[in-house]
Design a protein around this ligand. Structure first.
Ligand code: AMP
Length: 395
């Protein structure tokens, strides 16, 4: 995989697969422009070199044309973030678009209409990919968030460019961060796994057992392990059909000498709300009707030691119901210690869904080494799967 950093784009038209799949309100205003910001360095690299950019992306999951999901609605926001004028082609392919592309001058940026308006995109259609590819001298993929999809713009197109394909800076940094944790992480390597369910994390656990020295298992998923070990978990969330698996994970970890940290105590309530009464119980002695919603102080103490003594940290999943203020303290403490450990020199990667939301909510974003932009793509990487978009760039 060759990074755009290694290439000068002077006089070249680069077609760049970006991830502009931004959240919109009902009036199609952009709620969060992080993804546009994340693509900015690669776009600027090309235009500062004296090249031009043809940007392609999807927005939402339309099956056909939908006014609400046209990129025309968000051009002003893209221009604001990039601080450059952005031309727009109302059709992703066709003669009009061909002419607009031909007229594109060095330093200019063009965005093509939402690729998901064309069913060929998700099918990975070769003819569609060829039409898009015909506009450009080279191909750049900077859409890590869709690298796990074998679509026309993410995978098929890369195959058409042979040695004229590059990874954008964002995609390159994401892949580097994952490698830094799972391939060449400085030891001890720690994974902090939280979230609601074991079932959604099993493949990750199985994959990282080979690669890490310690794992903290927190949040709702811990209760399946505690119950499987014979504890009383009251009304806490758990998955009956995953209890045997939980025990075999613990056995496997022991065999591989991976230390597992389970919670020791837990903050409980009888209600899933901020206002109900709260009480701390030992993790395996929760009375009926009480449910564990956040890690308790003794658990945090142990987790702290594990975090502060690690050189590489992966964090996936909150360790409590952080959306409710009353049960957010555990997740905030974890964020604090990960930030402290990072300051001391550890490498920390926060990736996959809700832990990213938590890190942003509690302002740890700039205090950890890397926050992944790719939910599904990051999860599949942590599961050890190879991503078609990345593979296609490397072949
Ligand atoms: P996941 O998408 O699997 O990472 O799960 C994230 C969700 O897990 C968040 O919405 C949290 O509120 C939830 N969660 C974390 N700890 C608990 C818990 N002890 N009980 C119920 N839900 C939890």
């Amino acid at each position: 995989m060759v990074s755009v950093e290694k290439k000068c784009f002077e006089g070249l038209k680069a077609i760049i697969r970006v991830d502009f799949n931004v959240p919109l309100d009902i009036n199609s205003n952009v709620i969060d422009s992080s993804r546009i910001k994340a693509a900015k360095p690669t776009i600027l690299k090309v235009i500062n070199d004296g090249g031009s950019c043809i940007l392609i992306s999807h927005l939402g999951r339309p099956k056909k044309k939908e006014k609400r999901l046209s990129f025309i609605n968000i051009i002003p926001e893209i221009e604001k973030v990039l601080n450059v004028r952005v031309k727009f082609a109302e059709e992703a392919t066709g003669n009009v678009t061909k002419q607009i592309v031909e007229d594109l001058k060095p330093g200019e940026v063009l965005l093509l209409e939402n690729l998901r308006f064309y069913p060929e995109e998700v099918k990975g259609d070769k003819n569609f990919a060829k039409k898009l590819a015909s506009y450009a001298d080279c191909y750049i993929n900077d859409a890590f968030g869709t690298a796990h999809r074998a679509h026309a713009s993410t995978t098929t197109m890369a195959g058409l460019f042979k040695n004229k394909k590059y990874s954008g800076l964002l995609l390159y940094n994401e892949v580097k961060a994952i490698k830094k944790v799972l391939k060449n992480g400085e030891k001890p390597v720690l994974a902090i796994l939280g979230g609601a369910k074991v079932s959604s994390k099993i493949t990750i656990i199985e994959n990282i057992l080979e690669k890490v020295d310690k794992i903290i298992i927190g949040g709702g998923m811990a209760f399946t392990f505690i119950k499987a070990l014979g504890g009383s978990i009251g009304g806490s969330i758990f998955e009956e059909n995953k209890m045997t698996l939980a025990l075999s994970i613990l056995k496997e970890a022991k065999k591989k000498q991976v230390k597992i940290y389970l919670p020791i105590d837990v903050l409980c309530s009888k209600e899933f709300s901020n206002t109900g009464s709260k009480k701390i119980f030992e993790i395996n002695k929760i009375p009926p009707k009480w449910q564990g919603l956040d890690s308790g102080p003794e658990s945090i103490k142990v987790f702290k030691e594990a975090i502060m003594s690690s050189k590489t940290i992966l964090w996936n999943g909150p360790i409590g119901v952080f959306e409710l203020e009353s049960f957010s303290k555990g997740t905030i403490s974890i964020g604090n210690y990960v930030a402290k450990s990072t300051k001391r020199g550890a490498f920390s990667l926060v990736g996959g869904g809700d832990s990213v939301a938590a890190v942003k909510k509690f302002n740890f974003e700039n205090k950890v080494s890397y926050v992944s932009t790719g939910g599904g793509a990051m999860l599949e990487s942590l599961e050890g799967k190879s991503l078609p978009g990345i593979e296609a760039l490397s072949n």
